[in-house]
Write a protein that binds this ligand. Sequence first.
Ligand SMILES: [Zn+2]
Length: 349
Amino acid sequence: MSSQDLPTELPTIDICEIRPRTGRHQTINVAKFPKGERSDVYVPMYERATGNRMSVPFIVARGHKDGPVLGITAAVHGNELNGIRIIHHVLRNVDLSSMSGTLLCVPIVNIPGFNAGSRYFTDGLDLNTVFPGKPDGQPAEQYARAFTSSFLPACDYLIDLHTASEGRLNTFYVRTDWLNDKTRELAVCANPAIILHSPKHGGGTLRNAARRRGIPAITIEAGNPSVFQGKMVIEGEAAIQNIMILLGMVKGKIESSSKPVVCHSSKWLRTTGGGILETTFKLGEKLQKKHLVAITRDAFDRKLQEYYVPEEGIVIGKAAYPVAIPGTRFCHLGSIGEPSAGKPKKKQE
Ligand SMILES: [Zn+2]
């Protein structure tokens, strides 16, 4: 469907009983949507203070043939925009007449955050810490619950698209449970520069909510917040295309440019003093132990401190904002190597 074909008023489908605030959301039934077509709908999810509904855009793109339902979400953090465009590009280029299965896409999950240009939900909570949510919880928890119920049970697989948080820059990397055969396969197919083993079994991420339902899920971290980056959109679209081939949804050859670097854990290097920060490394760079990575200076340009890499690793992300106080994160360093089963993992961030 081209943009000229879009109706000015999109249909709203009622999959919640009575009012969204009851929390009794039913799951979207993708089988009711026409095969070989893309259907754009608004799903009522929440209520504004004015009492009217707040709806979330769902896109149900069904292939002609039966197959898996691949859920793709973006902007769970409202200012993480690259994923929105990745979804748009995937849908522009997919041929539904030859596709098997369904793409169930939610390009903007966190509607209040998106409207405010903010990572967070209206109440200041990080939505990606409260999934699967609670029907009688805090505002973000009720929204998360409504979204989880409406969306997640319909999915056979999930790709959750993110970027770095504000003030930070990311490589194109994937977080997943490397020790799970299905999620490892999805992660490798996404062809990222880095795969970070991140089981997060106790976390409130959407990915973890999927895992608890037995839905293989990966998080793709595609670049930087609050911008559209063409390179990240191209890489994200290629990742999803590869995964669709892996799942038998489309025909083709899985393209991979280089072997991803697998990290069993990661940590943020932090400043221990204040100052103006100058970093001396690049995203994706492999750093040897004791490599000089940052220098801080005072207002008179006097050198205050030098920072060295405590152990060998690869740069996953870095601070964009060069003003530091003690404790400022400046380098997200991945520890290279596959995790081994049963071994306790270091704390992840
Ligand atoms: Zn995010």
